[in-house]
Design a protein around this ligand. Sequence first.
Ligand SMILES: C[S@@+](CC[C@H](N)C(=O)[O-])C[C@H]1O[C@@H](n2cnc3c(N)ncnc32)[C@H](O)[C@@H]1O
Length: 241
Amino acid sequence: MEEINVFLFKNQILSKIQYLEQLKFNSNDEFYNITNIQSQFLSTYIKLKSPKKVLEFGTSNGYSLLAIVLGILKNIEDFQTGKFDVNNNYNIFELSELHSILNSIQCVSVEIDENRFNFATQRVFNDINLPFVVDILNIDMFNFHSFTLEKNNYLNFDVIFVDCNQERYEEVLEYIIDNTLLSISGSIIFENVLSHKHSFNFISQIKNTQVSVKNFKFKNIEFDLIEYPIHNGFLELKRKT
Ligand SMILES: C[S@@+](CC[C@H](N)C(=O)[O-])C[C@H]1O[C@@H](n2cnc3c(N)ncnc32)[C@H](O)[C@@H]1O
């Protein structure tokens, strides 16, 4: 069974992050990426949450997707380093365990704009051969469910990162719930909740910029609302089981 060099993948992802940051520094920002600090937050969040299935709405050039993938790799790295024996080998049973974890990981990102999709697939993720599924789809997010219907495992995501259609966040939430896109204990992270705060009724419960937890009910599903006031602001809707 093949050994997996997570360190190598991590380096590849870090150099792509650096490449996009350099590009942004040298040109006008036409990709509307999250900031560097938000990217670090996102990868740490993913590492700690250790989701098997992650869905992103709004890939752009793939910058935030790199952060998500980095978080998954850091989590795998932790699993690996905990499994070495005294001779610095990990045994075949644990290697098969690692392979089965990798086989269960699925990362899907959706982008409506063809140019941005082409950039993400042809200039960012083109030469990285990750040991788990990373799919980027060039579709309207509101067609995600019908488009992936035959792949019936494209349901029940543990983390959904929403970074488009800010003015339609309630509709997005409804779409996620109605199409069973969120797992039973999953979380949705909405970006830009501070800059677009006025646009959403459902987060009008947020009254200050401190990290706080509040209850929220939508279509009979209960969530904890957690706000992370980092730059444009992340809002986590954490489903209560
Ligand atoms: C703010 S940018 C995403 C930035 C990206 N998450 C990052 O930080 O690197 C929003 C992206 O969502 C895309 N978008 C807008 N409406 C969409 C829709 N209905 N379905 C899929 N993508 C959409 C836009 O083309 C744009 O590239």
